[in-house]
Design a protein around this ligand. Structure first.
Ligand code: ADP
Length: 482
């Protein structure tokens, strides 16, 4: 076994006070690595280091920030195959998906390298004679990042890159299931020339490391992606902390993909298969509700079932695999539980759901499709976060739109149609933060805002230049030039 990989605090790689084992979900005999777990005291050290580094980093020049972010981007992109393999091995998405995610992380750092050069302020006229008014943006301070396991490098990248770009310092707590990509990313960041303390990695649990970040008065802001339940706790903790923290939350989804009678069936089936099942359905933007109008319903279900039959579920890094394993035993148990819940509620399990045996022991599950679901069933209301989707029949477009909006979530929504009228109406009337036409609900660009409404998100949008709303605070300065 290789050495235990360390945390990065105040510019040093340090041992932890426990160990977390990173298990390959495609082969549970394969230990990807062992990682030092930080405790409360170490997390406090990381926060102190980030606080100490903040004054200088927040005054660093755009050139210094550009150079560091650009260097990080270049190394990530040049190692995307290797890092993509590590990601696929620890998380279970396929190798092409893993490499794609790593490339995206590299592009995000490149984007924010450029953004560092583009931060400008405004100068306005005062309503009082002789005064100057300036509006500028400043860094927020120490930002705590709490990230989930399903995008082990892209989500950290889309939080860390803008945080550094705008002059904040960072304490990064990755999800315990995926410390490998977090560690590899941190090594790259550590080599980028940032001053000690600007970036810190603390691997550990939500209840210890996460909680310390939430309670600590020197953490000025929290950026979180994860479940709704945890998001709610984080929001409460940020408000109760003294001083209150700025926070931004990205949480779940129960994303509708509407398929209308006039849809191109091939396009609709591709959008549904990709949106619902790729990345093993473990995306907050997954198309988990397929809302299909009467005229195309049976044709669509038959074609989608055929498509699912052709999907290869196997080891994530094996060539030819379309769907990797579920991330771990808990998630698999949850997916299986929902299969039973759906059937008990009266939905028909039209395809899949079986546990599968492959060459190596792993969490393999046949993608599952429910039909005859109604929107009040738990399988249509609760986020399952696995390769499970349900088809809900709708009489017509109006009913399909109403069903699509009848959810406590509002992250992404899609419509498959060849009609400009319906596409335009859906874009305007969907209550989701991101709307797709003839595309899966999952799969977005990295240079434009990402986020949702209702129970899916809280606070400003992430990604693209909109991320500055999260990672900067506005200052209004008045001058009376005497
Ligand atoms: P997921 O289902 O994606 O694991 P969670 O919301 O449970 O979603 O976890 C997302 C992140 O939040 C992880 O890094 C996890 O360790 C962290 N986390 C979980 N519970 C807490 C908590 N009470 N306080 C702070 N962080 C937490």
């Amino acid at each position: 076994m290789n050495a235990i990989l360390k945390n990065f605090i105040a510019g040093e790689w340090v041992d932890g006070s426990g160990v977390t084992r990173n298990i390959n979900p495609s082969n549970t005999n394969d230990v990807v690595g062992e990682y030092a777990k930080a405790d409360r005291a170490q997390t406090e050290k990381a926060i102190a280091a980030a606080k100490a580094a903040f004054p200088a980093w927040s005054r660093s020049t755009p050139q210094e920030r550009y150079d560091a972010l650009n260097k990080i981007s270049a190394e990530i992109l040049s190692r995307k195959e290797e890092l993509g393999r590590l990601l696929a091995r620890e998380e279970g998405k396929t190798l092409p998906e893993g490499i794609g995610e790593v490339a995206r992380a590299g592009q995000i750092f490149a984007f924010f390298a450029g953004e560092a050069l583009r931060l400008t302020g405004e100068k306005g006229a005062s309503v009082r004679p002789g005064l100057d008014v300036e509006i500028t943006r400043e860094a927020v301070g120490v930002v705590g990042m709490i990230t989930p396991w399903n995008f082990p490098i892209a989500i950290p990248a889309w939080k860390i890159a803008p945080a550094l770009c705008y002059g904040n310092t960072v304490v990064f707590k990755p999800a315990e299931l995926v410390p490998g990509s977090a560690h590899a990313l941190s090594e790259i960041i550590a080599r980028s020339g940032l001053p000690a303390g600007v970036f810190n990695l603390v691997v550990g649990s939500g209840s210890v490391v996460g909680q310390t970040l939430l309670e600590h008065p020197d953490v000025a802001a929290i950026s979180f992606t994860g479940s709704v339940g945890t998001g709610r706790k984080i929001a409460q903790a940020c408000v109760l902390s003294n001083p209150m923290k700025k926070f931004q939350l990205e949480m779940g989804g129960k994303n509708p993909l509407v398929v209308l009678d006039d849809a191109d069936v091939k396009v609709a089936v591709e959008a549904a298969a990709n949106g619902a099942y790729f990345s093993t359905g473990q995306r907050c933007t997954a198309s988990s509700r397929l809302i299909v109008t009467e005229g195309i319903h049976d044709t669509f279900v038959a074609a989608l079932t055929e498509r699912l039959k052709g999907l290869v579920v196997d080891d994530a890094v094996k060539q030819g695999t379309h769907i990797g394993p579920v991330v771990d035993a808990n998630q698999l148990e949850q997916d299986q539980r929902y299969l039973k819940i759906g059937q008990d509620e009266g939905a028909k399990l039209a395809w899949g759901g079986e546990l599968l045996n492959r060459e190596t022991p792993g969490f393999y599950m046949q993608p599952a499709l429910f039909t005859e679901a109604t929107n009040n069933m738990r399988i249509a209301r609760e986020e399952i976060f696995g390769p499970v989707a349900c088809v809900i029949r709708a009489k017509n477009y109006d009913e399909a739109l109403a069903i699509s909006n009848d959810t406590e979530f509002g992250l992404a929504a899609g419509v498959c149609t060849t009609s400009l009228k319906y596409a335009s109406h859906f874009k305007r009337n969907s209550e989701a933060g991101m709307v797709m036409v003839n595309l899966p609900t999952a799969g977005v660009d990295y240079h434009v805002p990402f986020g949702g409404r209702k129970g899916s998100s809280y606070g400003a949008r992430e990604q693209g230049s909109y991320a500055r709303e999260v990672y900067t605070t506005v200052k209004t300065a008045y001058t009376f030039p005497v």
